[in-house]
Design a protein around this ligand. Structure first.
Ligand code: UD1
Length: 372
């Protein structure tokens, strides 16, 4: 079979756990030849390197070092540098046949634009998700990426509906399941052996996890202060572990809110964690409060109650079938949700179809067939 030269693109933290299972699945097909490109959107050890180690993932073949910046800057740097990678072509000569992108970060969209302009088709993993909220940078990234990609690999049924509605042809759309859950199921046995709970004096089922990093929650002092106030209050009853994203840490400092994180027994603020420590914590938590896309899905797969601090979600199955509830940036709704969980009045959910650990295998099979 003739070789198919793929360029797989990663850039920011949520990309690594989606690409790792895919690279493993692609390795089953000798004619698929992936080149891994890391844009460098995230560069801190705990936002990037650690995942390569933990997933035993191949190191990037190319590193674009775009770093942080305004949206336009970051996008432009990826466009310019990724275009050069495509011009250069695969290591053994010839041209790249296809680019594979995952998720909805700036790197995803920028790599897609560069590729299609050069006539290289794009497969988008996690296609079709829509929050219908264009104030979110990720929504713009999703819309642009899907408009340009020709292979749309979808994680939940709503994605199929959205893509149909936007006029994509049926043969472009494939319901494959959730690659992020592939990684979760693959890593869960290892995560159970971590000592992160005991190190922080935590007992299974007797603490909560917080993650907050979206501009809507952390960029306005009055919003962030009210959310932290509720969390600090609840943390007097249930310890809350908060691995703090660098942008959130900066905002807390800028807004003079650091005291909210330091009232014992209170909130346990940590640096961003690696995948295994974080999974050890989430999988044994009583509850999760988050504004992350991935964590909404992971909590649903794990069956852990999750209060999602967003007014909408592009992942509706996590609310309709899963264990998530939208509370927006509203401190009252957050408090009500937390009380319902603590008093045992919270709904139970179930794991969506095809979130079974085999999504990457399905994607690799579809890609392999395009080489025939
Ligand atoms: C990005 C993604 C978001 C994803 C999140 C996961 C976009 C638009 N956003 O948001 O969808 O949920 O990653 O973490 O692509 N910084 C560091 N070290 C790093 C990287 C960033 O300290 O390694 C700091 C910098 O101050 C930077 C800020 O974090 O300016 C924001 O980084 P950026 O990549 O722009 O967006 P995220 O908020 O991380």
């Amino acid at each position: 079979m003739k070789p198919l030269h793929l360029v797989c693109v990663v850039g920011a933290r949520p990309n690594f756990m989606k690409m790792a299972p895919l690279l493993r699945a692609l390795a089953e097909y000798p004619h698929l030849r992936p080149t891994l490109v890391h844009t460098g959107q995230h560069y801190d050890k705990n936002l990037s390197d650690i995942f390569f180690e933990e997933f035993e993932m191949q190191r990037p073949d190319v590193y674009l070092e775009v770093g942080s910046g305004k949206h336009g800057q970051q996008t432009a740097r990826v466009l310019e540098r990724f275009e050069e990678v495509l011009h250069k072509g695969p290591p053994d000569g010839g041209q790249f046949d296809r680019v594979v992108v995952v998720g909805d970060v700036n790197s995803t969209m920028a790599a897609t634009i560069a590729a299609v302009k050069l006539g290289v088709p794009v497969a988008h993993v996690e296609a079709g998700l829509r929050s219908f909220d264009r104030t979110m940078p990720e929504e713009i990234n999703r819309i642009v990426t899907d408009a340009l990609a020709d292979m749309l690999l979808v994680s939940e049924p709503a994605g199929i509906e959205n893509l149909r509605h936007e006029g994509h042809a049926e043969e472009q759309i494939h319901l494959v399941g959730n690659v992020m859950i592939d990684t979760l199921l693959h890593q869960l046995p290892k995560a159970k052996h971590r000592d992160i709970l005991s190190k922080n004096g935590l007992k299974p089922g007797q603490y909560g996890i917080i993650t907050l990093h979206r501009p809507a929650n952390v960029d306005r002092p009055e919003v962030l202060a009210k959310l932290l106030d509720v969390l600090a209050e609840i943390s007097q009853q249930l310890p809350l572990v908060f691995p703090v994203h660098p942008r959130t840490r900066q905002r807390i400092k800028d807004f003079g809110l650091s005291d909210r994180l330091s009232r014992p027994p209170g909130i346990i603020a940590l640096k961003p964690l690696g995948y295994l420590d974080f999974l050890a914590l989430t999988s044994q938590a009583k509850l999760i409060v988050t504004d992350s896309g991935g964590l909404q899905e992971e909590s649903t797969a794990l069956g852990i109650p999750c209060l999602t601090a967003r007014p909408n979600t592009e992942r509706p199955i996590t609310v309709q079938q899963g264990s998530s509830t939208l509370v927006g940036s509203d401190p009252h709704k957050l408090r009500e949700g937390l009380e319902a969980i603590l008093e045992g009045r919270y709904k139970s959910g179930s794991c969506p179809e095809l979130w079974d650990g085999r999504a990457a295998e399905r994607i690799a099979r579809i890609l392999a067939e395009t080489a025939r």
